[in-house]
Design a protein around this ligand. Structure first.
Ligand code: AMP
Ligand code: MG
Length: 347
């Protein structure tokens, strides 16, 4: 199967194509589409067979539950058994937007969609193409990131085409996504709201609204089993060895240059992940800028893209600066540390 690629932008939505994409979803087929976080691989969330197709297309383990996307707030009442006050508060503040909430599920949601769990993950995205598609597809779209399992999440349609271009009937190309990291996940099935995955909506933003919010213990220690079933899987490992070099910037640059020089003397090719501010200071290796430290959102947006680009290069080792930026640092470093298998060199 070769995917039909349909281009559109949020400002000029091609209604006819959205209608056709919606018909595909209603018929139990899969459609990849842009959201404000990353590209999603959509299927009808209330159709167990469609969910199974998603797992098969991605090569994703079937105990790793899917997020159900809605396009109108009222739609949530059909798929959850209850919704606590604090969840309503978050919805009012951050929806539509990059926030996923875990709530007890209603009988309407098949266990195939929730990986066998009694709870369901719900998100109401802000991306206009995503919302139009969800409505056209019946209102409930299960959509994990549109990459094959084990690859970085797609931030451009070309990434989706690389991974799934032969596996699904349609890909909507809406250009580059806005944020570039997956949604923040907050679990409301616990006494205290718990962040299972950090994202654009930071812990501080959640706390300022809800008071007490905790981070899942699996996020704090790499040996603790995480509560979001998907977080236990080694998400993505670059083809080359990736190490994060952490410390004051001048010391980090010196250390990376020393590693790069040694590797190059041994005849190896090295990759370096720096920023606009530092890339001129790395004389050896293939050097890529992830963005600017003055604009942390640019760092989040390019992380997966840079990792994909290095998979295309013949490098045997990658050294990356650390990016503990004020707002999104927790989310950025969560993904980068996973990609590095938690290999950190402190200088
Ligand atoms: P992705 O689909 O790649 O964005 O990943 C979705 C994440 O949400 C995975 O880490 C899942 O384990 C997590 N998730 C989805 N549904 C639930 C749920 N009911 N309980 C806990 N975690 C969930
Ligand atoms: Mg994913």
């Amino acid at each position: 199967m070769k995917a039909e690629i349909i281009k559109m932008t949020e400002d000029s939505i091609d209604k006819n194509s959205i209608q056709r994409a919606g018909e595909l979803l209603k018929a139990g087929e899969l459609v990849a589409f842009p959201t404000e976080t990353v590209y999603g691989l959509g299927g009808n969330a209330l159709n167990a067979r469609a969910s199974k197709k998603i797992y098969a297309a991605k090569g994703r383990p079937s105990d790793n539950p899917l997020i159900v996307h809605i396009a109108d707030y009222e739609a949530i009442f059909d798929i959850v058994a209850s919704i606590p006050k604090k969840a309503q508060l978050l919805a009012r503040e951050f929806w539509p937007g990059p926030l996923t909430m875990i709530l007890p599920k209603s009988a309407k949601v098949p266990l195939e969609t929730t990986g066998g769990l009694g709870s369901v993950a719900v998100r109401f995205p802000s991306h206009k193409i995503a919302r139009e598609l969800i409505r056209a597809g019946g209102g409930y779209v299960a959509a994990p990131s549109a990459n094959t399992s084990g690859r970085p999440s797609p931030t451009l349609a070309s990434h989706v085409i690389e991974d799934l271009g032969e596996a699904i009937p349609m890909i909507i190309d809406g250009g580059q996504v806005g944020i570039g990291l997956e949604s923040t996940i907050v679990d409301f099935t616990e006494e205290i709201p718990t962040v299972l995955r950090p994202g654009y909506i930071s812990l501080e933003m959640l706390k300022s609204l809800l008071g007490e919010v905790i981070l899942d213990r699996g996020l704090l220690k790499s040996n603790e089993p995480p509560k979001a079933p998907g977080m236990k899987y080694r998400h993505y490992a670059p083809k080359a060895d990736l190490a994060i070099v952490e410390g004051d910037i001048p010391a980090v640059i010196a250390a990376i240059n020393a590693y790069a020089a040694r590797a190059s003397m041994e005849g190896k090719q090295v990759g370096i992940i720096g920023t606009e501010e530092t890339i001129g200071q790395y004389p050896t290796g293939i050097v890529k800028s992830i963005g600017s430290r003055k604009d942390e959102e640019s760092i989040a947006l390019h992380l997966y893209q840079v990792l994909r680009e290095f998979d295309e290069c013949r490098v045997s080792a990658i050294y990356s600066e650390a990016f503990y930026t004020p707002k999104m640092g927790q989310a950025i470093m969560n993904r980068l540390l996973k990609a590095a298998g938690h290999k950190v060199i402190k200088v």
